[in-house]
Design a protein around this ligand. Sequence first.
Ligand SMILES: Cc1cc2nc3c(=O)[nH]c(=O)nc-3n(C[C@H](O)[C@H](O)[C@H](O)COP(=O)(O)OP(=O)(O)OC[C@H]3O[C@@H](n4cnc5c(N)ncnc54)[C@H](O)[C@@H]3O)c2cc1C
Length: 596
Amino acid sequence: MADYQAPLRDMRFVLNEVFDAPSLWASLPKIAENVDPDTADAILEEAGKITSGVLAPLNREADEQGCKWNEGEVSTPEGFKEAYQTIVEGGWNGLGGNPDFGGMGMPKTLVAQFEEMMQGANMAFGLAPMLTAGACLALDAHGSQELKEKYLPNMYSGVWSGAMDLTEPHAGTDLGIIRTKAEPNDDGSFNITGTKIFITWGEHDMAENIIHLVLAKLPDAPKGPKGISLFLVPKFMVNDDGSLGERNQFSCGSIEKKMGIKGSATCVMNFDGAKGWLVGEENKGLVAMFTMMNYERLGVGIQGIGAAEASLQSAREYANERIQSRAPTGAQQPEKAADPILVHPDVRRMLMTMKSYVEGGRAFSTYVAQWLDISKYSDNDEQRKHAEGMVALLTPVAKAFLTDRGLDTTIIGQQVFGGHGFIREWGQEQLVRDCRITQIYEGTNGIQAMDLMGRKVVGSQGKLYELFAQDVAAFIEANSSDEALRPYLEPLAASLERLSDVTEHVVNQAANNPEAIGAAAVDYLDMFGYTALAYMWAKVVKAAAPKAESDTSGFYTGKVKTARFYFDRLLPKTVSLAEGIRSGSDAMMAPAANEI
Ligand SMILES: Cc1cc2nc3c(=O)[nH]c(=O)nc-3n(C[C@H](O)[C@H](O)[C@H](O)COP(=O)(O)OP(=O)(O)OC[C@H]3O[C@@H](n4cnc5c(N)ncnc54)[C@H](O)[C@@H]3O)c2cc1C
């Protein structure tokens, strides 16, 4: 298996040449004071060293060892504690955090690249900093000044880690029916009682304290999602001087045996009158959670790209080395018993599909991150509102499309290896197993599709969709005289028109048929994703084509050729997706329960 190498060359290309991120950063004063191109580059370089040199080498063994549970304590795989210390020393947990409380205040466009490296190198480990960053975000946005001062600095530094406790045995997607209770105490704190399951890194031995953000219901709370509140519940109580006090009244009942990300602990957490503090307003817990969810959901999409990148690196190397059969046009390496499998059109189909998804996906995640930066840091109300709309629309696409294509990519990578992809040795089967969860947690991909189609597209009567459509249309218009782009703009425009037609069709259907949204949602999200990736590949061509002529490295010419492959072989999927969506809900709703 190829050792994972952080794809720094491509990340720099996407940031600097495709999106000109440094200009965006310079235009947003709150970012400009923290980052300039040299700082960003140094961060990328250092992140590459740590992820490739420290995290990646632990990935395989951690999968073998898993975490161990012993009477409520969880011990992590060999090397995790030391690696976590490296993350703490570098302040990586706080890379995107609020500088007022010790964060580094870096833009999401940059943080996203670090996240991808970390997830590509070692997804099980990468979940710990990811969840801590998510908890910090919710706390920073909704916590009281006192809570922020008390907890954020140690969470940004990583001395304490964070966990998000939403799921219960009977309540996953439908958080409105959670049973965990919060009873008020006289001193302003609450007693939290209930059971949470599947809590990632809910217990472990890497950090001094673990800060749980727990969803629970107050005694007089309204039923359903409008009656949920969010509480901060530390593993160890924190004294006024910042020192750690007694252990709180909750513990880890067990950890799950599972298909992938085995190096991470997935915990059952039993809260038994644990002391907690309200974050944000009473009964507004879901709102607080959604603040961080746009970031976390993009983060999960990025996990998909990370695993896919690792798979591609390995498959590319293998296809150059593995010799089987001769090329259809005759022997390419007659001195050998057979040619490398890279000569076969089908192996090229696999590799080019992988490259299309990985590099197109990286551009798309950076595009969404750019909107997140504008929505968070712009001083201009109109610009910020516009960006918030884009973030709302694109977040479910980033989460679901990037993880669906991430899993596709790892499976294709496994296929490149033939039988050697199925066995343990080459690492491909682990990537498939690890990547699978990304389609499920942080809201299943089916739910993401419902969010896109129902809440975002139909819910806004197509207005949010128009923001995206106008952005693509403006790009097409602005570049209509660019010769290099011409072959791409026409199919991009056709694809956008197809998507717009289908959008209008479903918005109309939804007015009369309550099942129309659910029936269309997943195919619609796919169609949206393929169109968005076409837009990304067109942007990539715009940046790469002028440099391709004098390129001997293959980097820029490879970009232009991959764009061509994407437009010829992958974008046409939108035609069949549109057909399926237009067929409506009858085919799936007609069968009675005993006919399924
Ligand atoms: C390894 C792992 C780590 C996790 N980490 C965390 C964590 O750190 N914190 C945390 O709180 N949770 C965590 N989770 C929980 C995870 O977020 C949930 O498993 C997920 O949200 C789905 O909930 P569920 O498993 O109860 O499935 P269900 O909600 O029971 O859904 C079952 C199926 O029904 C579908 N479905 C449900 N409702 C609808 C609907 N209205 N319309 C259409 N389809 C629907 C779903 O898409 C799914 O396919 C983790 C889970 C795992 C496995």
